[in-house]
Structure formats: structure tokens, C-alpha cells
Design a protein around this ligand. Structure first.
Ligand code: CP
Ligand code: NVA
Length: 313
């Protein structure tokens, strides 16, 4: 039985298979029903807000023939002190798998260790792997020209601007090393990647493929894709004012996009705060593929769930 807690929980062959399966699910949506989760019930335990992740997983489980149960943490006994270990043991008696959005990444690991069903990371403070796979798929749709999705990513350069110590930056550092891409991060001094993500890249046996820059233009030069994320992630609201000031020089605007390759794509995991990490002009520009990214969460997560269901048999 496999879990999907981090970008590297699938090896490169499984990544290849997942991207191809997502392509098939996308092409066949609404015409060829899938039975990958037939008769199964998957829980969705969320400690944080969500639009895309919640809806794409609920719809995705349904389209695979399964039943999704949304469990807001306020509505379950965890909110009154029941332990994660007991919750994991109990929910494993009912469910075939669980999708969890939480703060501390260790909660996911504890649930996986104490329960007996596949666990999917729907975002933690440390990593957001479902988003990364969808992003990779969305870029590969543009670059593959009908060939291998995975191979089309290899050798490409992505620039990540802004909060270079957040879950999205971490996920992309790990993802770039796994997919064979280079990533240049641009953020202020003090936002360098943390030791935990550097250790994870090393422990995964991957060659690091990231560089850190305090000059945004330098990071974007020669980039095939420019990526940003909110400056105030969920749980960091107390630091809002300070972050909006410190991160201002790293806004993705039209002038900065000119420093990337002429055909460079713009990506954002969303939700976006136009006027903060990115301008409305860039969001609306032909380079922007943000709504394809959002759509592809559905197709790619269906593929991830189907892969996990197969490994759980
Ligand atoms: N990108 C993303 O995970 O969006 P939500 O927070 O709306 O799920
Ligand atoms: N870094 C953001 C990602 C949202 C999808 C957050 O954690 O809030």
C-alpha cells in the first residue's frame, strides 16, 4: 500500500504513468466512466480552507466511482481532543483512503503510520505535492507536442518568485529534481530554503537542481516558466504586513516577464492576490496558464487516486 505525502512518494516511472493516466482521464471525461474507486469511500479531513483541492477531489472521487466524505476538523472529535492516532485507527475501519489538508506535515505521517489506508497530502505547511503534479502536467501539455509528457519537462528551467521558503517552493525544489528540471528561486535574504527540504532532497537520493537568488531578474533569465504563490500562506496571517513589504521587490509583473524566455509560461497555484505577488496584467496575459492548472487538478488527482487504489489491492 502506498501513500502520497510528498512529491517523491512516486518514483519516476510512476510519475510517467500518472501523467499519462491524467491525460487519458482528461480526454475521456464525460464519455468513458472509470471504475478505479468503485464501491469505495474516501474521507477528506481538512484543517484549512480550500476551493480547488476540495472540489476537485470530491468531484474526482465521484467520477472514479467512489464516494467522498468531507470532514471539516471542527466537525470531528479531533476538535475536542481525540488523538490523530485514534482517529486514524477508527477511520481506517470505514474508509478506503483519506485526503488530508493540515498545518504540521508530521500529522500526515502520524496518520499514515497509525492507520491502515492510503493517505494523500492535500497541502501541509511543508509540501503540496498534488499541486506540483498538476503544474507539471499543465506545462507538459504545452511542451510535449504530442510526445512524452515527462520527457518534455526534462531540461526546462522554472523560476519561482516570492516566498521561497513556503510549501510551494519546497514542493517545486523536490519536484524539479525528480522531473529533471532546474529551478531558480528568487526571494529576500532570510527566505532561503530550509534545512528540512534540503535534507529531504538528499534523503530521496536526488541531485539538487535549485539555486537561490536575491535578484529577481537574475533568477528569471532564460526561464521557460515563471511561478509565484501568495506572500501570506494559510497560518501566517500574523506576519501579513511585514511580508507584504519585504516581498514587494519579487512581484511578477510584465517587466519581469520580459527577462524570461519570450515564450515563457506564467503559473500560480491560486488563490492569487492581484497587485501583491502578481499583477492583473500578467494574470490576464497570453503567457498565463493558471486556469488550466486549476482544471488539471481534477484530472491529475484522479490519476493519483487510481495509482494509490491499484497499489492498495
Ligand atoms: N491551489 C490550491 O490548493 O487551492 P485551494 O487552497 O483552493 O485548494
Ligand atoms: N502557500 C499557499 C498555497 C495555497 C494553495 C498556502 O499554504 O496558503
Amino acid at each position: 500500500m502506498k501513500h502520497f505525502l510528498k512529491t517523491t512518494d512516486f518514483n519516476i516511472q510512476e510519475v510517467d504513468e500518472t501523467l499519462s493516466l491524467a491525460q487519458k482521464f482528461k480526454a475521456e471525461r464525460g464519455t468513458v466512466p472509470s471504475s478505479a474507486l468503485n464501491g469505495q469511500s474516501w474521507g477528506m479531513l481538512f484543517f484549512k480552507s480550500s476551493t480547488r483541492t476540495r472540489v476537485s477531489f470530491e468531484v474526482g472521487v465521484h467520477e472514479l466511482g467512489g464516494n467522498a466524505l468531507y470532514l471539516n476538523k471542527n466537525d470531528v472529535q479531533i476538535s475536542r481532543g481525540e488523538t490523530i492516532a485514534d482517529t486514524a485507527k477508527v477511520l481506517s475501519r470505514y474508509l478506503h483512503g483519506i485526503i488530508i489538508r493540515c498545518y504540521d506535515h508530521a500529522l500526515l505521517e502520524e496518520f499514515a503510520a497509525e492507520g491502515s489506508i492510503p493517505v494523500v497530502n492535500a497541502l501541509s505547511d511543508f509540501l503540496h505535492p498534488c499541486q506540483i503534479y498538476s503544474d507539471a502536467f499543465t506545462m507538459a501539455e504545452r511542451w510535449s507536442g504530442g510526445g512524452s509528457l515527462l520527457e518534455s519537462l526534462q531540461g526546462k528551467k522554472i523560476a519561482f518568485l516570492g516566498d521561497t521558503a513556503c510549501n510551494m517552493a519546497n514542493s517545486w525544489m523536490l519536484g524539479a529534481a525528480l522531473f529533471g528540471m532546474d529551478i531558480s528561486l528568487a526571494g529576500p535574504a532570510g527566505f532561503e530554503p530550509g534545512q528540512d527540504i534540503k535534507d529531504l532532497i538528499q534523503a530521496s537520493g536526488l541531485t539538487p537542481s535549485w539555486t537561490f537568488h536575491t535578484d529577481p531578474t537574475e533568477a528569471v533569465e532564460g526561464a521557460d516558466a515563471v511561478y509565484t504563490d501568495v506572500w501570506v500562506s494559510m497560518g501566517m496571517e500574523d506576519e501579513k504586513e511585514e511580508r507584504l513589504n519585504t516581498l514587494q521587490p519579487f512581484q511578477v509583473n510584465s517587466a519581469l516577464m520580459l527577462a524570461a524566455k519570450a515564450e515563457a509560461l506564467f503559473l500560480h497555484c491560486l488563490p492569487a492576490h492581484a497587485g501583491e505577488e502578481v499583477t492583473q496584467e500578467v494574470i490576464d496575459s497570453p503567457a498565463s496558464i493558471i486556469f488550466d492548472q486549476a482544471e488539471n487538478r481534477l484530472h491529475v488527482q484522479k490519476a493519483i487516486l487510481a495509482m494509490l487504489a491499484k497499489s492498495a489491492i
